[in-house]
Write a protein that binds this ligand. Structure first.
Ligand code: FE2
Ligand code: FE2
Length: 385
């Protein structure tokens, strides 16, 4: 890393702090932590583990030399060890146990230091791990929440000054990580609540099986195929289960009627969209805002013949146009009291036939393009939320 001036170092430290603090997505945050630490120390590679009780969970692996040589997937497939117990045998485990940096200038002597080290990965990937730093990441409360490993670093990283800098940047990273983990937990709790709320409507409707799980997944696939950014696709995944939340207010004799609804009954049925919109109104979170739009507009049709507002084409919000396809497809292939399940290919044909009528042609195209993935999902229907 040369000999950066004090001011430079300070600027970079603050920079890292700000950069990491601005990342809301946990996985991206972890990637950034590793990348920034690699940049800061000029390390060739880095990995990050999160602590969960007695275990360390592998989260991120980066290596600029290997990434130039091999596709990332090949590397990840080989190195992915999801979880291992914390003990003094592994370097990362010892780092947690001792609560301090473990620095190994010469990895050829790693066994002499009492660690077992798996060299098969290096061999297979044609790489040599020569030096290593394992840095404990401590929460502001002093608890070790993760381990950052950097490999093949310049010699000056192992000097007292070098280690001091590594410690300082790791402290920044640890604060962001601690916040990131808390935020992630909150997000999970929020999603769990939302899912349960969505289930209330599903139960009342006696929808069979895992309608909301499947249609939300399919909605996400479509969004991904349409090249929406991953955050938006994830929002759709979590917001779409609430599309029929308004059904909680529809009387059972209408909702559960096994025969065709009268015109009057259908008018009442339609209000599940506006009621859903009202339930989700005035929310502050992005998630509930998207959920409201979906609840309100998932029965609009591209040609303007849908409800509640008869919106047409692009005037229907994108997220609602996406969910409409996923919702109808799942309803068609599911068994209902009034109908047998359609074979998936028949349902696909129907969706395609409704291009430009019920559905947005672009969304239909994305649905067709993701069809293989969708079928795979239906064949493995024990999908988890
Ligand atoms: Fe609906
Ligand atoms: Fe539905």
């Amino acid at each position: 890393m040369g000999k950066p001036k004090y001011q430079d170092i300070l600027d970079r430290l603050v920079g890292i702090g700000l950069l990491l603090a601005s990342e809301k997505n946990l996985h991206k945050l972890l990637e950034k932590i590793v990348e920034e630490e690699m940049n800061f120390t000029n390390a060739e590679g880095g990995s990050l583990y999160i602590r969960r009780g007695k275990y360390l969970i592998f989260m991120v692996f980066r290596n600029r030399i290997l990434e130039n040589k091999l596709p990332r997937d090949t590397i990840l497939k080989r190195i992915k060890k999801s979880k291992f117990e914390i003990n003094e045998k592994s370097i990362a485990g010892a780092c947690v146990k001792r609560g301090e940096i473990i620095s190994i200038r010469d990895m050829s002597r790693v066994e002499e230091l009492g660690f077992s080290y798996d060299r098969s990965i290096d061999r297979e990937l044609g790489y040599e791990t020569k030096s290593l730093l394992a840095i404990p990441l401590k929460s502001p409360e002093g608890e070790i929440i993760g381990v950052l490993q950097l490999i093949n670093l310049p010699q000056e990283s192992f000097t007292e000054e070098g280690l001091r800098l590594v410690r300082a940047t790791a402290a920044q990273a640890a604060i962001s990580l601690s916040n990131g983990l808390l935020l992630d937990e909150l997000k999970k709790a929020q999603l769990d609540t939302i899912y349960r709320l969505a289930k209330v409507a599903e139960f009342k409707d006696r929808e069979t099986g895992d309608h909301i799980k499947r249609m939300s997944r399919v909605s996400m696939y479509i969004a991904e195929t349409l090249k929406h950014d991953p955050d938006f696709s994830e929002l759709i995944l979590y917001a779409s289960p609430m599309h029929d939340i308004g059904k909680v207010a529809i009387p059972d004799h209408i909702l559960l009627k096994p025969a065709k609804l009268t015109e009057e009954e259908f008018e009442i049925m339609k209000t599940h969209t506006t009621i859903g919109g009202e339930i989700l109104e005035n929310a502050d979170t992005e998630l509930l805002k998207v959920a409201r739009v979906i609840a309100l507009y998932h029965h609009e049709k591209f040609d303007g013949t849908g409800y509640p507002e008869g919106l047409k084409g692009e005037n229907i919000p994108t997220e609602a146009r996406i969910v409409a396809v996923a919702d109808v497809f799942d309803a068609l292939v599911s068994k209902r009291p009034y109908k047998a399940p359609w074979p998936p290919d028949e349902a696909l044909k129907y969706i395609v036939s409704q291009k430009g009528k019920h559905f947005d042609p672009e969304v239909v195209k994305a649905f067709v393009d993701s069809y293989e993935k969708i079928i795979d999902l239906y064949e493995h229907s024990d999908i988890r939320s």
